[in-house]
Design a protein around this ligand. Structure first.
Ligand SMILES: NC(=O)c1ccc[n+]([C@@H]2O[C@H](COP(=O)([O-])OP(=O)(O)OC[C@H]3O[C@@H](n4cnc5c(N)ncnc54)[C@H](OP(=O)(O)O)[C@@H]3O)[C@@H](O)[C@H]2O)c1
Length: 392
């Protein structure tokens, strides 16, 4: 029997890789809904190629292109925030959550409330609303399968393991495009250089997060929520080849690692086919060709964003919500050429300090509370951006 799936963020990097996985085994999937923000033309193409029943753009401005692209196909077209939530709430077997940013939270929560299992790529929605998100999933008995390669690796490593036997959970980081750059050179980094990731091909926002190492910090918080792991049991190691994705260290000193090619179709395929394993459209890993696997500690001085995320993880409460929202604002400003690369962690730190001094860092008890704190944090970060523009 085919598996009914919905792809939220179908036109993005993860969405496109998911479409490849589905196209490689078309009889195993029945695609219900595909969504995008505004790229109606591309969404129409994806919907046609996957034989989806409904395609929805969040931004009404994309509806014209979507309708035009779907003309004569019999595929339903929709637009707007309400249509997105409604479409995400159509009960299916699995919803791939691959919208970028906390903007994906409402749709993903709507899918959870309908009882659909979630393949989670959109880490920001979990960073924004961690405890509320996971408790919603538990309440609706929904499985949250991690798409992020490191968490997918941990998920596989943890299978049938006793938590009491494990001392440390280690996520690997490629180190990003500026791994070997000096502080002065990093200060001059352009958006074009920041999105040129050395090992992974990804959307612009996560590529910048990888360049600041904020991505690895977000992933520590993601792992904490996904697997209920204590902050001090989580660790990061820089591994430029991106072949080892995560490691667990047992209390007897033995270390187990998960290895695989740096191709997101692998963890996406794992989630889409779970619990089965099938042959994916991914080239196999030739370790002799890789030849060397190297590891080094992260440098928190050149990459302060990772330290900020580690502090937010330890602090708990609403700190991660603020960190995430301020980071989204700062990355968008950097990509638009409005601030320097090094302003990203500064803007995040200022928003965190302001939110803390205003007593705003209580744990959001619900998705709505998390989104309210997210909105406040965005205002704090915007205010800092405005100050920066005024003095520039
Ligand atoms: N790319 C990777 O390899 C990778 C790996 C691990 C985790 N992730 C995570 O997966 C998520 C997606 O990443 P990505 O690299 O695929 O991003 P991306 O290439 O930028 O794609 C984002 C997708 O979300 C849609 N979207 C953007 N803003 C939206 C909004 N406000 N409302 C509704 N839809 C919106 C986009 O539609 P339009 O095309 O119309 O803009 C697009 O379909 C992120 O959370 C990222 O951290 C990605």
């Amino acid at each position: 029997m085919s598996r009914r799936v919905t792809l939220l963020g179908a036109t993005g990097s993860i969405g496109t890789s998911a479409a490849d996985v589905i196209a490689a085994a078309p009889d195993l999937f029945d695609v219900h809904v595909v969504t995008a923000r505004s790229n109606g033309a591309k969404l129409a193409e994806v919907a046609r190629s996957l034989g989806a029943r409904r395609a929805v753009v969040a931004d009404e401005a994309g509806l014209g292109d979507l309708r035009e692209g779907l003309a004569g196909s019999g595929i339903d077209a929709g637009a707007g925030a309400e249509a997105m939530e409604e479409a995400a709430a159509e009960p299916v077997d699995l919803v791939l959550s691959a919208i970028v940013g906390a903007a994906g939270l409402r749709a993903t929560a709507a899918a959870i409330r309908s009882g659909s299992d979630i393949a989670l790529a959109n880490k920001e929605c979990l960073i924004c609303a961690g405890s509320a998100f996971m408790s919603l999933a538990r309440q609706h008995k929904v499985q949250v399968l991690p798409v992020d390669s490191e968490h997918n690796a941990l998920y596989q490593l943890l299978d049938k393991r006793e938590a009491a036997d494990i001392r440390t959970y280690t996520l690997t980081a490629s180190g990003g495009p500026f791994r070997t750059w000096s502080v002065d050179r990093i200060a001059q980094a352009t958006p074009q250089q920041a999105v040129a990731h050395p090992t992974w091909s990804m959307g612009a926002k996560i590529s910048v997060d990888s360049a600041t190492l904020m991505n690895k910090g977000l992933e520590l918080i993601e792992a904490h929520h996904l697997f209920s792991l204590a902050p001090d049991s989580l660790d990061v190691i820089v591994h430029p080849q991106s072949v080892v994705h995560a490691l667990i260290t047992f209390r007897d000193g033995s270390i187990h690692a998960e290895l695989g090619p740096a191709d997101m179709r692998r963890p996406i395929g794992y989630c889409l086919h779970w619990p089965d394993r099938v042959r994916e459209p991914v080239s196999s890993l030739d370790l002799a060709e890789v030849a060397q696997l190297t590891f080094e500690p992260p440098d928190l001085e050149r990459f302060p964003a990772l330290g900020l995320a580690m502090s937010a993880l330890r602090k708990g409460g609403g700190a991660a919500t603020v960190l995430n929202a301020a980071n989204e604002v700062a990355v968008e400003a950097f990509l638009a050429g409005k601030v320097a690369f090094t302003a990203i962690p500064q803007i995040v730190e200022i928003a965190l300090t302001a939110a803390d001094s205003e007593g705003l860092l209580a744990t959001p008890a619900s998705i709505d509370e998390a989104l309210a704190l997210d909105a406040v944090a965005r205002r704090l970060a915007q205010a800092d951006l405005k100050r920066r523009r005024a003095v520039a």
